[in-house]
Design a protein around this ligand. Structure first.
Ligand SMILES: C[S@@+](CC[C@H](N)C(=O)[O-])C[C@H]1O[C@@H](n2cnc3c(N)ncnc32)[C@H](O)[C@@H]1O
Length: 266
């Protein structure tokens, strides 16, 4: 009779270690659910260098996926080694208008490859204005530039008013919000203080305070906070309306509609 010793070796072989590329996709799948197209696209990328945290990949998919295949106007702040523009071109398709800006003049070598590259600083309002004029407007901004607090705020103030209705504004690598060398910390200097101001502005129906962040006030319909990433949705924030329907009372259906109350009238 055959012994069962062979099973030991056959069954308990440790799995072969995954290669780097398979490991990226496996990590995203294991931790963040459906992988989508971007994680494999990133993992299989073989062109110029591109540097992304794994958990950003499904977040991009969630917020930027709906823009795919449309003639969107996309601006990435921070070109670096040029690989992210290559990745975005593959992801968004040929119809997208893709621009990258960087303070490093050597990034000009990527101009015209997968998108247009313009050289300048993200805290230079006039420069940003010229780039957006050239793009014919902007639907998506991805701020992956200096990650310096003052720059994040200056860029947001300059670009958010130029973002189209329904547009998406992403700021990433916000771990720097806690790092003094980037102007961050745990006080009001932290970029999340600005985000808090935007949250308060979005809820202005319910309190008496003045708008705290005029550059975005009255234009934000959604604020999403993830590890090191903030996503802002631009749109018209309508006064909230609430209805109660059903609830059979004394044989008659109840239907009631009320609006959010104005400031100082709670
Ligand atoms: C994190 S890298 C960008 C990575 C790239 N987006 C990617 O995904 O591979 C940051 C880039 O921002 C650029 N940068 C730094 N300060 C800047 C500023 N004030 N304005 C514009 N770009 C800046 C740097 O030169 C660098 O290339």
């Amino acid at each position: 009779m055959m012994g069962l010793g062979f099973l030991k070796t056959a069954t308990f072989q440790p799995p072969a270690p995954l290669g780097l590329r398979e490991g990226i996709v496996a990590d995203v799948a294991a931790k963040y659910g459906p992988v989508g197209d971007l994680a494999p696209l990133f993992a299989q990328h073989r062109g110029e260098g591109v540097d992304k945290w794994h958990h950003y990949l499904p977040l991009y998919e969630r917020y930027l996926g709906p823009w795919r295949g449309r003639p969107l106007r996309f601006l990435e702040i921070g070109v670096f080694k040029g690989g992210s523009l290559e990745m975005w071109r593959k992801y968004f398709g040929p119809e997208a208008v893709i621009y990258g800006i960087d303070i490093d003049p050597t990034c000009a070598r990527f101009d015209g490859r997968d998108g247009q590259v313009r050289i300048g600083s993200q805290d230079d309002r006039a420069f940003l204005g010229r780039v957006i004029d050239e793009m014919g407007g902007v639907d998506v901004v991805l701020d992956d530039g200096s990650h310096v607090m003052a720059h994040l705020r200056a860029t947001l103030a300059a670009l958010f008013p130029r973002l189209s209705q329904g547009g998406t504004y992403i700021v990433e690598d916000l771990h720097t919000a806690y790092w003094p060398q980037y102007g961050g910390g745990t006080g009001p200097e932290n970029f999340y203080s600005t985000v808090r101001a935007m949250i308060d502005d979005m809820h202005h129906w319910y309190h008496d305070g003045a708008f705290a962040h005029p550059a975005t006030a009255g234009q934000v319909t959604g604020i999403h906070i993830h590890d090191s990433m903030v996503v802002l949705e631009k749109g018209t924030p309508y006064r909230p309306v609430r209805s109660i329907v059903g609830g059979n009372i004394d044989g008659a259906d109840l239907a009631q509609t009320t609006s959010a109350e104005g400031k100082a009238s709670r």
